[in-house]
Design a protein around this ligand. Sequence first.
Ligand code: NDP
Length: 314
Amino acid sequence: MGTNEKVKCLIIGSGPAGYTAAIYASRANLNPVLYTGMQMGGQLTTTTEIDNFPGYPKGITGNAMMEDLKVQSERFGADVRFGLVTDVDFSQQTKLVTIDGDKQIEADSVIIATGATARYLGLESEEKYKGMGVSACATCDGFFYRNKDVAVVGGGDTACEEATYLAGLCNKVYLIVRKDFLRASKAMQDRVFKTENIEVMFKHNTKELFGENGVEGATLIKNMGEEGEEELDIKIDGFFLAIGHTPNSEVFKKYIDTDKEGFIITKDKSSHTNVAGVFAAGDIMDPTYRQAITSAGSGCKAAIDAERYLLSIK
Ligand code: NDP
């Protein structure tokens, strides 16, 4: 194991929550060290244009925004490093965090902002068309499909919400549901069924996407029970995944309380976890809103909570 280094505030994750925490923590003289994780910049680097973050009237790409946030945090002295947290020991007041399986850091406070990863179906064509018609965020990318036909996969609240949102922009929305029912709340289901340009396709699975320069359609398989299966093609320009997110909390679970899905539980309206000195911000603790702006806001809260905690243990 590499030499120990001692820091006041260690931030894990480089999405809007992590960088915002770094901006606030560095301005509060906590000399934060931030480890980016494998996907530097987080989920926003997989989207294209961000038009709903206040302060960018002309929009900004996900990559440019994350680079701006990084530079802004470094301007105040945050030490941003590429590396993955592979183990933690939160059993003592001084927290031990292992990076890349070999370097160990001692931290007085830790802010977990490791985010969540959108689930994909695992199709080869899905990978091929990522950013070219395949998206896991209707709020981010829906705008590019105005007056076009799109499909949303999933039967939960997210899928229904995204289908309804897209229906307001697009010509037609197919909602592809693998079972013969929606698991979304009744209110959300009602909205879907009342929206004329949403066609719910129960008992359908996606076999593959096709198209020359981006998505032009999807081949679906209809499950007809005892009568077997039937293949059909739909013409679409956009394919939206809404089959859930996996929170990146595995490495912390030995010490940190999560809900049954793995999202970290924070106390009341704060960023405090069940372990004093360990805070959580962004999608790792928010299964509901999951927006860049809400993540950034919670990163700010975590830095303020960490600062107050550090004062309290002096
Ligand atoms: P959910 O886990 O609730 O739903 C996931 C959906 O995706 C299910 O319908 C599931 O199907 C389907 N699915 C999963 N894997 C596949 C697959 N391989 N192929 C096809 N379909 C698949 O996730 P959500 O993101 O919708 O919601 C997460 C949580 O956030 C929930 O608690 C939800 O209530 C909450 N939420 C609340 C909102 C609100 O209140 N405004 C908005 C959004 C989310 P199946 O049913 O067959 O398992």
